[in-house]
Design a binder for this molecule. Structure first.
Ligand SMILES: [Zn+2]
Ligand SMILES: [Zn+2]
Ligand SMILES: [Zn+2]
Length: 496
């Protein structure tokens, strides 16, 4: 008998549901030993998946950008509603059959308004249920998912939101499903949906699969979630033994204990009992390199940094302002008791800063921050197979390609620093790509990402060969270049 089974159509898994300890309801348990990078759950078709409203304009509503990466085609709007866009007829007719034929007229009626992502997801689920498009098994698992309606009743804002969306969907869909039943759908969606992301881990929408939704949370998770188009891949980020429970993270687990537990209880209504939370503030997420006599110094600095971070995300459209705010937030932390690089919100500030720097084409500065992240931060925050490690390596490689081809903008401090290091970008690039390529099998990234890395590595490697060189046989040169990068990172950190 195969160890991969299929409790629902178009999915495979190496798990089975079962009762979970610590009042966690049901959970999924490994039915076999699972190696790092192997699929724990794979689902070809979602129960529901929709784009975030800003993405409706630039992302195909059928393949979620997967075919766009390959074909680079210009999107065409549905001629009926003009709300959703597709790569071509293939994508359009696929989505038409799946659900759009049921919702297109509703979208037309609503114009010029567009329902928010959760409203569109709810509408889809209600309409597909009415049309009998779900199997009894699928609906069975879905209807058994938690609603936490009791908890929701106590939070007025939350209740109002769910009420409003459900009422709108009931009116527009003209369904005979009761308002109460639609509210339960909305609550289940809220509680059990995943962030739909691209193969490059950018968030683009909402996704729900009832079987995958059975997986419980742990801040010390053993599996990660990824998407390739509409296909879901949940992969083992650590070796998992037969009968072990599968855990993913519902939230950013790099934050301190108090932040994690607050988010889990407010958004998911549970008190986290995981092994990491059980250690309280004795984990790297809470540690400081030196504790000052007056703890309020740390609290004040954290508060100031978080305020600046929020202001930065609100400074709409002005990346220069955003960069200034993020940099001063980082300076505040750095000057406070030598705030560790990996201690939040420091690491997140740097992530945002890199994105802002890329948006203004400040590639030298972005390269330095991306190198600091890759060498000093990620190895502490994420296990080697974690897709974030691979993604950040890929961004660093892209920056090395850019700087090796385009050179440096003149006169910036960062450009001078990089030039003084006499770094050979070609070798550094080869090394990063070789490293990423060698980890493909045991990495939790999705197939499109792996293909991109593989193709780029082959290209860079062949360019070396065309010039009569083979870095894989000149280890001494490559490792000397890597040491230069490590020194450069140290110099850059000293100057921060
Ligand atoms: Zn498409
Ligand atoms: Zn339409
Ligand atoms: Zn926890």
């Amino acid at each position: 008998m195969s160890s991969s089974t299929s409790p629902l159509p178009s999915m495979t898994t190496k798990t089975a549901p079962g009762p979970a300890p610590n009042g966690m309801g049901n959970g999924l348990f490994a039915t076999t030993d699972i190696k790092v990078g192997e699929d724990v759950v794979y689902a070809k078709v979602p129960f529901v998946a929709v784009l975030d409203t800003p993405r409706l304009d630039d992302t195909c509503a059928a393949c979620f950008g997967k075919r766009q990466i390959e074909a680079g085609t210009e999107l065409k709007a549905c001629t009926g509603c003009r709300v959703v866009k597709y790569c071509d007829r293939t994508c359009q007719s696929k989505d038409w059959k799946f659900a759009h034929s049921l919702e297109c007229s509703v979208f037309q009626k609503l114009k010029p308004q567009v329902l928010p992502n959760n409203g569109r997801a709810l509408l889809r689920m209600v309409l597909r249920t009415r049309k009998g498009k779900y199997t009894a098994q699928e609906l069975g698992i879905f209807n058994n998912l938690e609603t936490h309606i009791q908890d929701i009743q106590e939070i007025q804002a939350h209740l109002d939101r769910i009420n409003l969306t459900s009422k709108a969907v009931k009116d527009y869909s003209e369904t005979d499903m009761s308002q109460e039943a639609i509210m339960a759908y909305a609550a289940r969606l809220d509680l059990n949906s995943f962030n739909l992301t691209t193969a490059m881990y950018d968030r683009i929408g909402l996704y729900l699969h009832p079987y995958a939704a059975l997986i419980n949370h742990s801040c010390d998770y053993n599996a990660t979630v990824g998407f390739d188009g509409e296909e879901l891949y949940i992969k083992a980020v650590r070796p998992i033994k037969k009968d072990e429970q599968i855990f993913i993270s519902y939230i950013d687990t790099t934050t301190p204990n108090e932040v994690r537990r607050k988010e889990l209880s407010e958004r998911y209504f549970f008190d986290c009992q995981c092994t990491k939370c059980a250690m309280g503030t004795e984990t790297p997420e809470d540690k400081f390199s030196e504790t000052p006599n007056d703890m309020s110094i740390l609290e004040t600095a954290e508060k100031q940094a978080l305020e600046l971070m929020q202001e930065a995300s609100r400074s709409d459209g002005k990346p220069e302002d955003e960069i200034k705010k993020l940099e001063s937030a980082m300076r505040i932390l750095k000057q406070t008791s030598n705030w560790p690089l990996t201690r939040q919100p420091y690491a997140s500030l740097r992530d945002q800063l890199i994105i802002s720097l890329l948006s203004v084409n400040n590639f030298s500065k972005a390269f330095l921050h991306a190198a600091i992240r890759y060498l000093r931060i990620d190895p502490v925050l994420f296990s080697p197979a974690h897709p974030i490690r691979q993604l950040h390596g890929w961004i660093l490689a892209k920056l090395a390609i850019y700087l090796s081809q385009e050179g440096f903008e003149s006169s910036s401090k960062e450009a001078t620093l990089i030039q003084q290091s006499e770094l050979n970008f070609h070798y550094v690039l080869w090394y990063i790509l070789a490293d990423l390529a060698s980890r493909q099998l045991e990495s939790c990234t999705v197939p499109s990402f792996k293909r991109l890395v593989g193709a780029n590595f082959a290209q860079v490697h062949n360019e070396f060969k065309a010039n009569g060189m083979d870095p894989s046989t000149s280890k001494a040169i490559v490792s000397a270049e890597w040491k230069k990068l490590e020194r450069l990172v140290q110099v850059a950190l000293d100057k921060e």
